[in-house]
Design a protein around this ligand. Sequence first.
Ligand code: PMV
Length: 358
Amino acid sequence: MIKEFKAPAPERLPEAFECSWKSPSNIALVKYWGKKEEQIPANPSISFTLDHCATTTLLRCTRKEGRGVAFDLLFEGQPKPSFKPKIEKFLERILPYMPFLEDYHLEIDTSNSFPHSSGIASSASGMSALALCLMSLEKALNAGMSDEYFSKKASFLARLGSGSACRSVEGPVVSWGAHANIDGSSDLYGTVFKESIHEFFLGYQDTILLVDKGEKQVSSTVGHGLMHGHAYAPARFDQAHHNLAALLDVMKRGDRDAFTAIVESEALTLHAMMMSSNPYFILMKPNTLEIINRVWAYREKNDSGLCFTLDAGANVHLLYPEVEKEAVTRFIEAELVDFCQQGQYICDRVGKGAEQLS
Ligand code: PMV
């Protein structure tokens, strides 16, 4: 139990409460892959918070009698039983930090800005949006809460739902995991950067090429687990510390090409860990590799900051400076759409973090 995050006894318990938050997804630049007990990362990571890819969650709370968590889960207004076990586990996990949850029946109505079957994980934006709603409830019970504590605890709770979700609460650039060069960094919640990042990177675009919209064959929970006893794990965790320090320096200086080199190496290292685990697996598809090769050929011919990164899946995130938006869009339309399922891609950019709706 982390005492700092245990809610004080409520000053009052309103009969009903309602709030809504919209939280974005994020894309890691230095990847989190491997975890210890209680969602503690095996290495620190850093991400761009996105803008358009987001989850909106409406939380309605009504007083109830009796102990235990009780909730209904709706997805786009309709009951969604398949999402319930994950949310139930999450609510039970955070109950010691929010004992007042037992005093309420919760109705959680959630929807995503991106199609459910796009292969884009909604766990980061979804857990972040839910954690923020729960923090709004906690604030309604204890009015004197600072904004800083609100965001920190929201990130702490989101992490307990899905590790990378703790990087979705705020923006534009958030690290997670204790790191020697980052003041205030913690394994427990995200740390935000703004002033120390060169303006050039704050305009970065992220176009997500939907190569494979199906369910992942290997969940990230299983993937993280396979880092236990992985022959290359210790070297990988050291490398992540090193890459994070180097990337922060590069982002301060606005060094486009050094950024590309670190980000692409991180993406391929993530997949190399999957390919060398026991059991081994491959999440990239032939079209993922086609796209990567086209990106490299494009950079050979053009003075460009276009680079790629990958999540735990086959989709490709293309990252590039705002000034290249038109040229890169032309390149995607001319050379890359054919490698996307039904020619689909999603245009996003670096964003500011979650926002409270009415
Ligand atoms: O938050 P999880 O458990 O879904 O893990 C996310 C892992 C990666 O997306 C592959 C990397 C990251 O840092 O986001």
